[in-house]
Design a protein around this ligand. Structure first.
Ligand code: SAH
Length: 347
C-alpha cells in the first residue's frame, strides 16, 4: 500500500479487493467499498466530503485514513488544427508531468506519463534530458486520465503509455494502473484499447507476456543494427536487438497480439534503403506493424527528419513486404511531443 508522508493511504491506487479489506479492518460494512470505489473511479470525486450517500462520520473517518491524489492543471495547450490538448500537470509533491489528449476517427485516446523523467538516456528524447526524479504511483497515472476527461468533457476510450518515462522501469505500478483502468467497477477500459511502449527492457517483456493482458506492445526499435541502435539508445548495450526480438516473438506466441515497432526516422542515421532492407530482414516472419515517426526536433540535438523522408522510407519497406505507416503528426502547433513542456518548469 502506498502512503503519504502523513501516513494516509493512497486510496486511488487500491484495488476494490484491497479497499474492501481495509474497510473491514475499520469495522465498516463490506458493501461500502464498492460504493466508495464508484465515487472515486466512476463519479471521480476528489474529496470524501462529496460522497453524499455516506454518513458524515464515515466521511470523516475516511479522510483521516486515506488521501485522494489529484493533479493540478498548470497549463493546457489546445491545437487549433486537430483538437489535440496537451496538459502540464503538477503532482502533489511539486513535480511536473505531461499528458496529451488526441482525437482519432474512432474516438479520443490519451497519452500518459509513467515516471517523472526517465533513466533510459535515448539521445533524441526530451524526457531523458530533463532527468529522472521518481516513479509515478498507479493513482497518479490514472488521475492523468480522470483529470483530462473532467476538464475536456470528452470521453476517453483508449490509452497509450508513451508519455514521459519508461513504463517497464516502473513495472509494478504500471501493472496495477492497468488493473484499475480495466476494472469493471471503475473506468472499465478494455486493454485492447491500450498500448504500452518500451525501449526494450527484455526481462520485463517476458514478465508482461506471462500476464496475458490484451494490450498492444509497442517496441521503440529505431534502428536496424546494434551499432546504430546503441548510438542513439544506451539500453541496447544491456539488451541487444537479437535478445529484444526474441522476447517479442515469445510475447506474440503467448498473447497472440501483433507487435507494433516504432521507428523514429533520423536523417542520415537510420533512413537509407540499406536500413530498410536490414529492418525487413530482422522482422521477417513477424506478425507486426512498423510505425514510422519523423523525429521530433529537440533543442539540444541536431536530429531532423520530415514527412517526405518518412514516406520514402515507408515506400522502401512496402516494396520489401513490411506493413508500415507514417504516424500522423498531431498537435504540431502546440509541440505535443512529450517531455518538452516539463523542462520549462523543472530547474
Ligand atoms: N520509454 C518508452 C515510452 C515513452 S517514449 C519507450 O521508449 O518506448 C514514446 C515514444 O516516443 C518512443 O517510441 C520514443 O522512442 C519516441 N520518441 C521520444 N522522443 C522522440 C522524438 N524526439 N522524436 C520522435 N520520437 C520520439
Amino acid at each position: 500500500m502506498y502512503t503519504d508522508p502523513d501516513g494516509r493511504i493512497d486510496i486511488l491506487s487500491l484495488t476494490l479487493e484491497e479497499l474492501t479489506e481495509v474497510l473491514i479492518e475499520m469495522n465498516e460494512m463490506k458493501f461500502r467499498a464498492k460504493q466508495i470505489f464508484s465515487w472515486l473511479h466512476v463519479k471521480r470525486v476528489t474529496d470524501f466530503g462529496s460522497m453524499s450517500d455516506l454518513s458524515a462520520q464515515l466521511r470523516q473517518k475516511l479522510d483521516e485514513k486515506f488521501c485522494i491524489k489529484s493533479l493540478f492543471i498548470v497549463k493546457r495547450l489546445e491545437s487549433k488544427r486537430d483538437n489535440t490538448v496537451k496538459y502540464l500537470y503538477r503532482l502533489p509533491d511539486g513535480n511536473h508531468i505531461e499528458t496529451v489528449l488526441m482525437e482519432y476517427e474512432h474516438g479520443n485516446t490519451i497519452c500518459v506519463s509513467t515516471q517523472v523523467g526517465c533513466k533510459m538516456g535515448c539521445r533524441f528524447c526530451a524526457s531523458t534530458i530533463a532527468g529522472y526524479k521518481r516513479d509515478l504511483l498507479p493513482s497518479e497515472i490514472l488521475a492523468q486520465i480522470y483529470t483530462a476527461e473532467r476538464d475536456s468533457g470528452r470521453k476517453i476510450g483508449g490509452a497509450v503509455l508513451m508519455g514521459i518515462g519508461e513504463p517497464l522501469d516502473n513495472y509494478d505500478n504500471v501493472i496495477r494502473f492497468l488493473e484499475l483502468l480495466s476494472s469493471k467497477d471503475g473506468m472499465n477500459m478494455s486493454l485492447r484499447h491500450v498500448s504500452l511502449s518500451t525501449c526494450g527492457l527484455v526481462p520485463k517483456i517476458y514478465e508482461l507476456a506471462k500476464l496475458g493482458l490484451g494490450l498492444t506492445l509497442s517496441i521503440s526499435l529505431h534502428a536496424s543494427d546494434n551499432k546504430s541502435r546503441s548510438e542513439i539508445m544506451p539500453v541496447n548495450d544491456r539488451y541487444n536487438i537479437d535478445e529484444l526480438l526474441k522476447a517479442c516473438r515469445e510475447y506474440f506466441k503467448i498473447t497472440g497480439r501483433r507487435i507494433s515497432f516504432e521507428y523514429a526516422l533520423i536523417d542520415g542515421h537510420n533512413d537509407s534503403r540499406e536500413d530498410a532492407v536490414r529492418l525487413a530482414k530482422l522482422l521477417d516472419g513477424f506478425v507486426c506493424h512498423v510505425n514510422i515517426i519523423p523525429v521530433n526536433k529537440i533543442k539540444e540535438r541536431n536530429f531532423t527528419s520530415d514527412r517526405k523522408s518518412a514516406q520514402r522510407f515507408r515506400g522502401y519497406l512496402e516494396e520489401l513486404g513490411v506493413n508500415a505507416t507514417v504516424r500522423r503528426t498531431l498537435g504540431a502547433d502546440i509541440d505535443a511531443a512529450c517531455g518538452q513542456l516539463r523542462r520549462e518548469y523543472e530547474i
